[in-house]
Design a protein around this ligand. Structure first.
Ligand SMILES: Nc1nc2c(ncn2[C@@H]2O[C@H](COP(=O)(O)OP(=O)(O)OP(=O)(O)O)[C@@H](O)[C@H]2O)c(=O)[nH]1
Ligand SMILES: [Mg+2]
Length: 463
């Protein structure tokens, strides 16, 4: 495939030790040569791939611009699969831009966001699952997100899908031989064998689909919203779990107005703990906005810690609010157990289990940091219900992958139903071919150009 030669700044714009201008395409060497003069007069074209040459960047008049290291990677052994030269200069905003301008004047075109990676894809260096893993590594917010993306970068989804496709093609080959040469004495699957082989692949895909939830949680974190009425100790709970004075705590109801989000590593599971403004009717304009934001966070949350205060017990509003929430997501946290036995709290504790039958109740003291371990264990139990795993298994990385595999699953299921119903095998063959197309969408083998463009446009500039 022929492409023009593109260039971009590959490092972040700002002040740093080095800045990198990356050039890719068949003219990369020649263009770099116009901007770069090596110390000892060597030409970049004579250098082997993966070599680094010391020299300087010069402008059109041959004036010194900066000291530079030029790294050469020749086709096909480069990220894009094309000739690539990287010029490593000092990392100032102006100097990096200046070198980019010189490269542009020397004949390269400014790359679009993600264009280097798109070329890597079009030149067969990476498939789409790897391309998406690259975006995920760049955007990773937690350590687990890095490992999850890393698995896909190593090709764990890709290889799994390749194997499923290989098996489907094998089944198809038998079916088609049967269709094309019905008279011949060929080896034929018994319908039982055919059914089993189809079901095996259906189960494989189902297994992959199940990893979607874990994948999303690894990437984005498990959104855990702390909500409740003012002054029950939501911010104190956040601080107690983080073991840091992150949120302001006072005895004044309505202290928290803005949303506070913090990452917390719960045994390798990234939690995004969200402290919110206490829910109440208020005339204070700022607090009102806070309460509205709380409602939004409730909608997005994977888990809701509904905090009550042991001394004040549960009110009618609490009850109504809790009942409105998705029960699956709610843990009721009764805070301030250190106040137990005080007169003003008499009898209020007992009515909570009675009013909230079937809800998991956790008793804690944010002040004395008791009950926090049980709370964390309950969070793990609640959402994961045992199906989130962190290991080197492939994890579906996004909705796009999930949607295509859901289509593949349905097609294979149709094939299975057709075989079960004793419908002629050519119907099953059509379904299996459809499944192969859907799997090909995930890796990018059978995808529209438009969708490919869209995926790569989400990359950053210079990648
Ligand atoms: N005795 C006792 N007091 C607590 C405990 N947790 C919080 N408090 C006190 O309760 C008051 C309110 O705590 P916050 O953490 O600010 O409560 P909040 O729910 O964030 O309140 P808003 O931000 O106003 O909605 C403070 O005076 C805390 O010191 C606890 O476990 N025991
Ligand atoms: Mg607060």
């Amino acid at each position: 495939m022929y492409f023009d030669t593109i260039c971009a700044i590959a490092t972040a714009m700002g002040t740093a030790g080095i800045g990198i201008v990356r050039i890719s395409g068949s003219e990369a060497g020649g263009i770099a040569e116009k901007v770069f003069k090596s110390k000892n007069g060597e030409l970049l074209a004579d250098k082997p791939g993966y070599s680094i040459t010391y020299g300087m960047a010069v402008d059109e008049e041959g004036m010194f611009v900066d000291e530079v290291l030029a790294m050469t990677m020749w086709a096909p052994k480069s990220y894009t699969g094309e000739d690539v030269v990287e010029l490593h200069c000092h990392g100032g905003r102006m100097i990096t831009k200046k070198i980019l301008e010189l490269v542009l004047k020397a004949g390269a075109r400014l790359a679009e966001p993600g264009e280097f990676s798109k070329r890597a894809f079009l030149n067969g260096k990476i498939d789409l699952t790897k391309a998406e893993a690259i975006i995920d590594i760049i955007n990773a917010k937690t350590e687990t997100a890095i490992y999850a993306a890393g698995n896909n970068l190593k090709g764990s989804i890709y290889h799994r899908l390749k194997e499923i496709s290989r098996q489907l093609i094998e089944i198809l080959a038998y079916l088609e031989a049967d269709i094309d040469y019905p008279e011949e004495e060929l080896y034929r699957f018994s319908s039982q064998e055919l059914l089993e082989r189809i079901q095996e692949q259906k189960n494989e895909i189902e297994g992959l689909l199940k990893t979607y939830k874990s994948g999303r949680i690894m990437r984005e974190g498990l959104k855990t919203a702390i909500i409740g009425k003012p002054n029950v100790g939501k911010s104190s709970l956040l601080n107690a779990v983080l073991n840091a004075e992150r949120a302001i705590v006072t005895e004044i109801p309505g202290t928290t107005r803005d949303i506070i989000e913090e990452y917390y590593d719960l045994g390798g599971i990234p939690l995004v703990l969200i402290d919110t403004a206490g829910i109440r009717e208020t005339k204070d304009q700022i607090e009102k906005i806070g309460v509205e934001k709380t409602q939004e966070k409730i909608k997005e949350a994977d888990i809701i810690l509904y905090v009550l205060d042991l001394a004040s017990g549960i009110s009618l509003e609490d009850l109504e609010q809790i009942k409105r929430l998705n029960k699956e997501k709610v843990l009721v946290v009764i805070n301030k157990v250190d106040l137990r036995g005080r007169e003003d709290g008499e009898g209020k504790e007992e009515e909570i289990p009675r009013l909230l039958p079937g809800y998991k109740l956790l008793f804690i003291s944010a002040k004395e940091k008791t009950g926090l371990y049980e709370l964390q264990e309950s969070i793990k139990e609640k959402v994961f219900a045992g199906d989130v795993e962190i290991n080197d298994k492939p994890l579906l990385a996004n909705v796009r992958q999930k949607d295509s595999l859901e289509k593949a699953f349905l097609s294979i299921k149709n094939a299975e139903d057709a075989v079960k119903a004793g419908i002629p095998t050519d119907m099953a063959a059509i379904d299996l071919k459809q499944a192969l197309l859907s799997i090909g969408e995930v890796t990018g083998e059978t995808l529209d150009d438009e969708i490919v463009d869209k995926i790569f446009s989400e990359f950053c500039l210079g990648k």
